[in-house]
Design a protein around this ligand. Structure first.
Ligand code: CA
Ligand code: CA
Ligand code: CA
Length: 494
């Protein structure tokens, strides 16, 4: 053996030894912790669909950021999932102290979840949705029950959030998944909030309710729907499905797990994304009284054996089942739904829909049909079914990749798209590239050379699918993943 070869061998041996030691020394808790995460934690964000657009980091060093709201240009409030904190990012700088720090249950999907901001003359209201616990952050991991999934209205005074007013007190049991909690202020100025089934389906307890389409289930209790309340937490007029509380608050029901809703700025109609059990993630048009069908059906009903729409709960004919507008057969974990109500990227993108996902770090871009009640889907996607993450035709809807697990997309006051990555702990902004057309085309060339023109096939190694936390029936898609095996999230309920 030459000196060089023996030295290489020696280095290799050291590396193996070190990696063995580090895996031995990794605290068991840390590994458990890791398995709680169902989002992709690496990536190099870029806009794959348009070389005239690039990605800029707005903030970094955030600890599991979930959702954000804008106080003004370059002034963002962002939530940290497990710490129960509201951080303020001014001019790209995260403030040294949070504006608020509450105690949250944070196991799996329990969270500091949702935020919205509303300015009423001299008062700035900040709405927060979180899984509250009487104790310390994460005490639910030691078996303590959360107090509830709660919607509060705070006031922003002297850079603090004060005067909390409890607007909604919703179940957090059995949990820990499907708490929902994105908050959107609608064109009518009311609050709209998706709430999942809080893991209450197939439990044979009172957590099986009518809003999960259990005909002889318990009374609605706030789970499995999209709720609508005024900014004071009151019902908005007569109930769509009924006037008893809390049914009166339901705008939609039959929802298993949703992290994102958005209003079409053209029609004022609501859309949502929904997460299925390892399969059948959905995008839906949500008319008032919309029934998404869970737990009788998830995804396209034509694929559901023995589905009988007459078995669904319809609240005396007021609820209406509607098929999804798009279904991912293998879970991608769709989250935020944002409509770009600006022309900052040109008229091609104006009023289009953008959806982020948490398992692949992808942003999807959709045109809507002329009447704006469907997505414009051509070729293989016209079936409304995405059969696998490398299916042909997917490139027509993939806008960006490499963002880590995306938990929020919003349009800023400046008209640009902002993206929260829980996996990378960052906020990104998508901006037009500063370049003339010739250098833009050369940057496209370099992208093609370095990353591959066809992200579906060539980035398969970065695509992590079928590895949802959601459950074991999720189909494993073979990939040549460059994510170390230990980093692939497992099923905490395994
Ligand atoms: Ca806290
Ligand atoms: Ca559905
Ligand atoms: Ca368009």
């Amino acid at each position: 053996m030459s000196i060089l070869a023996s030295r290489s061998f020696f280095l290799l041996a050291i590396m193996i030894l070190l990696s063995t030691i580090s895996s031995i020394n990794l605290p068991a808790g840390a590994q458990e912790e890791f398995r709680q995460h169902e989002f992709v934690e690496n990536g190099s964000p870029h806009v794959t669909a348009d070389s005239n657009l690039s990605v800029k980091v707005v903030a970094e060093g955030l600890d599991l950021p979930t959702t954000m709201a804008f106080l003004g240009p370059n002034d963002i409030l962002v939530l940290e999932k497990d710490k129960g904190t509201v951080q303020r990012v001014v001019g790209g700088k995260v403030s040294s102290q949070p504006l608020l720090d509450v105690s949250v249950a944070n196991s799996i999907e329990r969270c500091m979840c949702g935020i919205a901001v509303s300015k009423q003359s001299s008062t700035i209201y900040v709405f927060l949705y979180y899984t509250e616990i009487n104790g310390a952050d994460g005490d639910d991991r030691q078996g303590k029950q959360p107090a509830g999934n709660r919607l509060y209205r705070y006031e922003l005074v002297n850079n603090k959030l004060v005067n909390p007013k409890l607007l909604l007190d919703l179940p957090a049991y059995p949990g820990p998944r499907h708490n929902g909690g994105a908050i959107i202020i609608g064109p009518d100025n009311n609050l709209y909030i998706p709430v999942g089934d809080v893991d209450g389906s197939f439990k044979k307890t009172d957590s099986e309710t009518e809003t999960q389409n259990y005909n002889s289930g318990g009374e609605p209790d706030g789970r499995s729907g999209i709720l609508r309340v005024t900014q004071d937490g009151q019902p908005v007029g007569d109930g769509i499905l009924g006037n008893e509380m809390p049914l009166r608050l339901y705008y939609a029901y039959g929802i298993r797990n949703s992290f994102g809703i958005g209003f079409d700025p053209v029609t004022g109609k609501l859309w949502d994304s929904e997460n299925g059990p390892g399969d059948s993630d959905e995008i839906n048009l949500v008319e008032p009284g919309f029934n998404s069908g869970w737990q009788e059906v998830q995804g396209l009903s034509s694929l559901e054996n023995g589905f009988d729409p007459s078995t669904l709960v319809d609240f005396g004919g007021k609820g209406k089942y509607r098929e999804p507008e798009l279904v991912w057969q293998n879970t991608v974990g769709p989250t935020s739904v944002a409509f770009l109500n600006s022309d900052k990227y040109g008229s091609n993108y104006q009023n289009d829909m953008f959806v982020g996902d948490v398992h692949n770090g992808r942003i999807y871009h959709f045109d809507l049909t002329q009447d704006r009640t469907h997505l414009m889907l051509n070729g293989p996607l016209a079936s409304k079914l995405i059969k696998n993450p490398r299916m042909g035709g997917l490139d027509q809807i993939i806008f960006g990749e490499g963002f880590g697990g995306i938990t929020d997309i919003k349009v800023g006051p400046d008209g640009y798209l902002y993206v929260v990555s829980i996996g990378l702990g960052k906020i990104f902004k998508i901006i037009p590239s500063i370049s003339d057309s010739s250098s833009a085309s050369s940057s496209k060339q370099s992208y093609i050379n370095s990353s591959g023109k066809y992200p579906i096939e060539n980035s398969a190694g970065e695509v992590k699918t079928g590895s949802s936390i959601e459950n074991k029936e999720s189909t494993k898609v073979p990939t040549t993943s460059n994510v170390p095996e230990s980093k692939v999230p497992g099923n905490p309920f395994g």
